[in-house]
Design a protein around this ligand. Structure first.
Ligand code: CDP
Length: 229
């Protein structure tokens, strides 16, 4: 069994906030794997590469690591610097979804992601953590919420949507990314057969966090793993 609590789900399903809060509660590390795809897209845009056909030699030049930022939190570093808000633009989100369709990119990031789980339990959030990266994860959660609710959440996140975007535009952008993520041939977005499905439509953030922490605690207990504080 891998020391990983896998939290998968579509865009703006609440994964990042919930995964971070679960990790804080358990006092363990949190890895947002979407940032890795976003970092690859950002590096390719900066290098003037064609995002639809990246090659391994370019990927091998990228340095991806987690390091402590100014406030002491662990954050992704790309080629020695924190990309910060540059990762969260709509252009980089669309680019991430495009590079994520390429087997060469997924294969490169598979090794990077597996390197993050070791002796200590980690919370890892993404699209294929429970299906491909850690099929034997200790806990697997698949989060969803209605498309309308996800669009509302995304619009409320600063810097994540183009200035002045309407709810309908954001909903379209999310739907396009969901389609690309679910229909791609490699590692499509889908729940693992043994994942616990949680629909957070209509849940407050606190209720969603409480629900996931409760399910995680029960699953860890059933497996005889003791890490709860
Ligand atoms: O924050 P949001 O849910 O909008 O996206 P993200 O988690 O930052 O992921 C950005 C894109 O990376 C997604 O649309 C996926 O195409 C891709 N991704 C993936 O394919 N596999 C993962 N494990 C994580 C992200």
């Amino acid at each position: 069994m891998s020391n990983c609590i896998a939290i998968d789900g579509p865009a703006a399903s609440g994964k990042s906030t919930i995964a971070r809060r679960v990790a804080e509660k358990l006092n363990i590390a949190y890895i947002n794997t979407g940032s890795l795809y976003r970092a690859v897209a950002l590096a390719a845009i900066r290098a003037g590469r064609d995002l639809s056909s990246l090659d391994r030699s370019f990927l091998d030049t990228l340095k991806l690591e987690y390091a402590e930022n100014e406030s002491g939190a662990y954050e992704l570093k790309l080629n020695g610097a924190f990309p910060g808000a540059a990762l969260r633009t709509a252009e980089v989100a669309a680019g991430a979804s495009l590079v994520a369709t390429q087997p060469v990119v997924r294969d490169f990031l598979l090794g990077v992601q597996r390197g993050f789980a070791g002796e200590r339990m980690v919370v890892m959030e993404g699209r294929d953590i429970g299906t491909v990266i850690f099929p034997d994860a200790a806990v697997k959660i698949f989060l969803t919420a209605s498309p309308e609710e996800r669009a509302r959440r995304r619009l409320a996140q600063d810097g994540e949507s183009p200035d002045g975007a309407t709810l309908a535009e954001v909903a379209r952008e999310i739907a396009a990314r969901d389609k690309q993520d679910s229909e791609r041939a490699v590692a499509p977005l889908k729940p693992a057969p043994d994942a616990i499905l949680v629909d957070t439509t209509g849940f407050s953030l606190d209720k969603a966090v409480e629900t996931i922490i409760g399910l995680t605690a029960r699953k860890l207990q059933e497996s005889g793993i003791c890490i709860m504080k």
